[in-house]
Write a protein that binds this ligand. Structure first.
Ligand SMILES: [Zn+2]
Length: 290
């Protein structure tokens, strides 16, 4: 089952807090899943949970039992057109631009967003990317949803794609909050888990890159020191070097992979990292003059 289907299954079982919530949720659900043709209205969904939720809310609001037909996993309900025009469209304010009446209370705004998600929402698996969208046929309905989202404190964007209006959100915190508002508690946890996993992966990668860079730098420096020492040896002046420089040169040749600190522990008497660094720099300066 996809991430979106999981969420729809979960939120289609939530108890609404007030009677207006039922109207708000059903209004959004109908707007985002209804197709209009001359003389015909069809509520269509490919999700059984959504179809069942629709029937449940419809009975609560209109005191009328309805049924969806199921043809190859496509669930369809076609209300009587007169009933649709005289009752459904009026009660659910389908053709009224102002929906504040059905979304006045906070609980009803949440119900409206839930209905919109059930009807036309989808969200990507958060381990892959952060993307939530509502696919909407009519621009007016997209504007209404944006307004309800905004009044609930969520900023979403709108775009136009292949004849449809898409209201979408891309930052994971807002996605989690919007889904939390609809009652999808498990999804919120999954999104936060995914973001924590991503953070850990990024930190590990950054650290690994940093260590590689350091190893690279150490190796380059050691190579430079070794080539300086070889140059001095070849020019026969090696024996003229002070004992301290001769000692560090031999230690470096025998231990090319050792850090400055480790080389310092091998000298007699032991010296610190900066002492080793100073002596090796002297060797490079001498080689540069040859
Ligand atoms: Zn309410």
């Amino acid at each position: 089952m996809s991430f979106t289907q999981d969420i729809k299954e979960q939120i289609s079982r939530i108890e609404n807090q007030c009677n207006f919530c039922d109207v708000a949720e059903l209004s959004a659900l109908l707007k985002f899943s209804t197709g209009y043709q001359p003389g015909e209205v069809s509520v269509i969904t490919e999700n059984e949970d959504v179809a069942n939720r629709f029937c449940y809310l419809f009975e609560k609001v209109f005191s009328k039992k309805i049924y969806f037909t199921n043809k190859n996993g496509v669930y369809k309900y076609q209300p009587d057109i007169d009933f649709f025009i005289s009752q459904i469209s009026v009660r659910l304010m389908l053709f009224d631009g102002n929906i504040d009446e059905v979304t006045g209370l906070d609980c009803c705004k949440r119900a409206y967003i839930r209905g919109a998600f059930l009807g036309g929402g989808s969200v990507s698996d958060p381990t892959l990317r952060y993307h939530l969208e509502f696919d909407i046929k009519h621009e007016g309905y997209a504007e209404q949803l944006l307004r309800v989202l905004e009044k609930s404190g969520f900023r979403a964007k709108k775009t136009y794609r292949k004849g449809r209006y898409i209201v979408y959100i891309k930052d994971y915190e807002t996605i989690a909050d919007v889904l939390g508002t609809t009652g999808a508690v498990n999804a919120v946890m999954e999104i936060y888990n995914a973001s924590i996993q991503k953070d850990i992966r990024n930190t590990v990668n950054r650290r690994a890159n940093c260590e590689f860079a350091n190893i690279d730098k150490v190796a380059k420096t050691a190579a430079q020191q070794l080539s300086a020492i070889r140059k001095i040896q070849n020019s026969m002046t090696f024996e003229d070097l002070p004992e301290t420089l001769k000692e560090i040169a031999i230690l470096r040749i025998n231990n090319p992979e050792c850090s400055l600190k480790e080389l310092g522990e091998m000298t007699n008497p032991p010296i610190g990292k900066s002492g080793v660094n100073h002596r090796l720099k002297r060797l490079i300066e001498i080689a540069d003059k040859i």
